[in-house]
Design a protein. Structure first.
Length: 264
């Protein structure tokens, strides 16, 4: 019964949303205390919390679609969601009402009325993720919820050189979670590695991402950075299309959805 209720919240009938307004929301959240984005029975999720907030102030049977279904523990700097509601409130009031009901770990940064039928996931042209690494000898307490502590020295130049092999359109099966069924071809438009003292950030932009793709790429790049693998290894892993040949999956808490790109 719980599963049926959850499905009903995610996809109200066509009749239930006829004539309702759609808002494009930009959200920021700390994913530490959530079991990911998507509604789950008996587990706190970002989508479920947003639905609860909308039901309190914006009318019955709201519909929320996120551009990215971030995993448990993953954060967002600028996630985009489409919110369909029956309410006469303007965009500023919708943002205010949601933020009044949401926990401090989720904020609606902006709300704008969108064209009828706008779907945040289907309309997206691409996404950028950032992965943060704390590369200090001692873990920084203020970064423990948002960065992976890797105390070993990292050769950032080697990581940059290795990651160049991933740019362009490729089959990324080698960096996809085992058992995933989505088409494996993605186009990576940019990969950057930036160091600021003891902090290292990996920024990856693509038209789409596979399950655990960024975390598997980061885990592999760190293997190169700490000298366990040569620069050429990452390209060979990509060509193999074999997940077992790649490095470990980096922890979820270092991953941040940085932005979602749309037409215009």
């Amino acid at each position: 019964m719980a599963d049926v209720r959850a499905d009903a919240r995610l996809a109200p009938s066509a009749a239930a949303i006829t004539g309702r307004r759609v808002f494009k929301l930009v959200l920021s959240y700390d994913g530490t205390d959530f079991r990911g984005w998507q509604v789950q029975p008996d587990a706190p999720t970002v989508q479920g919390t947003l639905l609860d907030a909308a039901q309190r102030f914006l009318g019955p049977a709201p519909r929320v679609i996120g551009a990215s279904r971030t995993d448990a523990g993953v954060h967002a700097l600028r996630q985009t969601a489409s919110l369909t509601i029956a309410s006469a409130l303007d965009a500023a009031a919708v943002r205010g009402a949601l933020n009044a009901a949401l926990p401090a770990s989720i904020r609606v940064l902006s709300a704008a009325e969108a064209a009828p039928g706008f779907d945040a996931r289907r309309a997206a042209l691409g996404k950028r993720y950032a992965y943060l690494v704390d590369n200090g000898a001692v873990a920084a307490p203020l970064w423990r919820r948002v960065a992976w502590h890797v105390p070993a020295a990292l050769d950032v130049a080697a990581m940059r050189a290795a990651l160049m092999a991933l740019r362009g359109r490729h089959d990324f099966s080698a960096f996809c979670a085992a058992g995933a069924t989505a088409p494996p071809v993605c186009r990576v438009s940019a990969i950057h590695v930036v160091r600021r003292r003891e902090r290292v950030a990996l920024l990856i932009s693509a038209d789409r991402f596979l399950h655990h793709m960024v975390r598997n790429i980061v885990g592999s790049a760190v293997e190169v950075g700490r000298g366990a693998r040569p620069v050429e290894w990452l390209g060979a892993v990509l060509a193999s299309r074999d997940r077992t040949r790649a490095g470990p999956t980096a922890p979820a808490h270092g991953l941040v959805l940085a932005r979602v790109r749309y037409p215009g």
